[in-house]
Design a protein around this ligand. Structure first.
Ligand code: ATP
Ligand code: MG
Length: 219
């Protein structure tokens, strides 16, 4: 059963007088519970593609279906709701709020408040092995720990899909691989659908499907 389907995706940007095809005719199919790696050199269109699939931006042309919803046709408000309910995002720069503790960073994005919030925050911190760091500010955490907080934050609304854009880009290779390992575990144990963007070839070994892109095209 196809869970995510993209057809003839085109994303154009204007740069002065030039038009750039950042994503140029990409097709892809993903099943639920799959791990997709998108790899390619800098400027090849990886982040643009991830943003389109994640509904953070809209394509110039083409269609994207997620769970039978044609997301290129729905309103901004519906798209925001779909993103909140189905997706968790992880970025290279962690994007934690510096004045909030690890636990507060996670609490801050809870979509539907309930009495069990504190317990849920504890659970997601446990999932990434950081229960002991709940009350630490980001500045007191290592890069790898900050990224684990960001993963916990991405998990708090129980998304079906995790989208990660170069999550290891600011980490040394050993810490980076431990982050990929966490994503791998979320995929295998928790059945999350994972889309991982990376420069690095080694991530292929964790993926069910790899697409390599260059100049916006699958090579
Ligand atoms: N907002 C924008 N406005 C204009 N051009 C853009 C914009 N975003 C990306 N581009 C261009 O689109 C192309 C693809 O960029 P993208 O960021 O998707 O590449 P990438 O593969 O993620 O690169 P990196 O590995 O460096 O993150 C590049 O030529 C880039 O300059
Ligand atoms: Mg990028």
């Amino acid at each position: 059963m196809t869970f995510i389907k993209a057809r003839n995706l085109l994303k154009q940007y204007r740069q002065g007088a030039k038009t750039i095809n950042a994503v140029d005719g990409i097709n892809l199919n993903m099943n639920k519970g799959e791990f997709l790696a998108i790899i390619g050199p800098s400027g090849s269109g990886k982040s643009t593609l991830l943003q389109l699939i994640g509904g953070l931006d809209r394509p110039t042309k083409g269609t994207i279906e997620i769970d039978d919803i044609e997301i290129t046709k729905i309103s901004d408000a519906k798209l925001t709701t779909l993103r909140r309910d189905k997706m968790g995002f992880i970025f290279q720069n962690f994007n934690l709020i510096p004045t909030l503790t690890a636990a507060q960073n996670i609490e801050a994005v809870i979509a539907k408040r309930s009495k069990s919030d504190r317990k849920k925050v504890k659970e997601v911190l446990k999932q990434v092995g950081l229960e002991e760091r709940a009350n630490h500010l980001p500045s007191l955490l290592s890069g790898g720990e900050q990224q684990r907080v960001a993963i916990a934050r991405a998990l708090i609304n129980e998304p079906e899909i995790i989208l990660a854009d170069e999550p290891t880009g600011n980490l040394d290779s050993k810490t980076g691989e431990s982050i990929i390992q966490i994503l791998h575990n979320l995929n295998k144990r928790n059945k999350k659908t994972v889309i991982l963007v990376s420069h690095s070839d080694y991530v292929k070994k964790y993926a069910d499907q790899t697409i390599e892109i260059k100049d916006g095209k699958i090579t």
